[in-house]
Design a protein around this ligand. Structure first.
Ligand SMILES: [Mg+2]
Length: 220
């Protein structure tokens, strides 16, 4: 078996009908565009880290008094869904003994909603986490630093710990933030891709929106 680790992006890859989960919640909580744009600008000009950007944006929801129930309401009233073939694909890869990882800039509530057993299914999980108090208010934030270029760092981190070469690692993603990790992975698959750049650096392009389509490239 050539590949021993398979890493997945979440928004647009494991989860359908979404580009970035952050936007869904910003819209739901009616966050002022100016506040979001300022932080985004600071990140892209190198003034703050990705983690600081994520913390800033989550704090905007916290200021609005967002509760766990509100996050679930936002998701229920949106078209998001688990990607077609996701469960079957995860099961097939696990059956072959492959390690599975999530390397994503998404937020844990998205997976809690659509794939509640994700912590049992995946061996490594990199995402941003929200923790709620007994009344459902945001208590703690654990923002990831492994989005954008950081995704490649997360891949290297897992590979080093598991004693794998990057050639034995595959990655599946859909957007701009997946470009750097796609360059590093032994097999990069652009799935349901919205980024020309990602398509360019990927080894395989999957156009049909069914995750099972990736299996022939991973399981010989
Ligand atoms: Mg994505």
């Amino acid at each position: 078996m050539k590949f021993k680790l398979v890493c997945f992006d979440v928004d647009g890859t494991l989860v359908d009908n979404i580009e970035y989960s952050w936007q869904l919640f910003h819209d739901h909580f009616k966050i002022e565009k100016k506040k979001r744009e300022e932080a985004k600008e600071k990140f892209f000009t190198g003034k703050i880290s990705y983690r600081e950007w994520a913390e800033h944006d989550i704090n905007l929801w916290k200021e609005k008094g967002a509760t766990k129930k509100d996050f679930f309401e936002a998701m229920k009233s949106s078209p998001i869904a688990l990607m077609k073939g996701a469960r079957e694909t995860i099961a097939a890869l696990k059956e072959k003994g492959m390690k599975l990882a999530i390397i994503s800039g998404t937020i844990n509530v998205i997976l809690e909603y659509l794939l509640p057993d994700y912590e049992e299914l995946f061996d490594d999980i990199f995402l941003s986490r929200l923790f709620f108090d007994n009344n459902g208010h945001i208590l703690n934030i654990q923002a990831t630093e492994y989005d954008m270029k950081g995704k490649a760092e997360a891949l290297k981190k897992i590979a080093a710990r598991e004693n794998l070469s990057l050639d034995e690692c595959a990655f599946i993603g859909d957007h701009h933030n997946d470009v750097e990790i796609a360059k590093e992975a032994g097999l990069a698959m652009a799935f349901n891709a919205k980024s020309e750049e990602l398509v360019k650096v990927s080894d395989v392009v999957v156009k049909e929106k069914d995750l099972k389509e990736i299996l022939p490239y991973l399981i010989s």
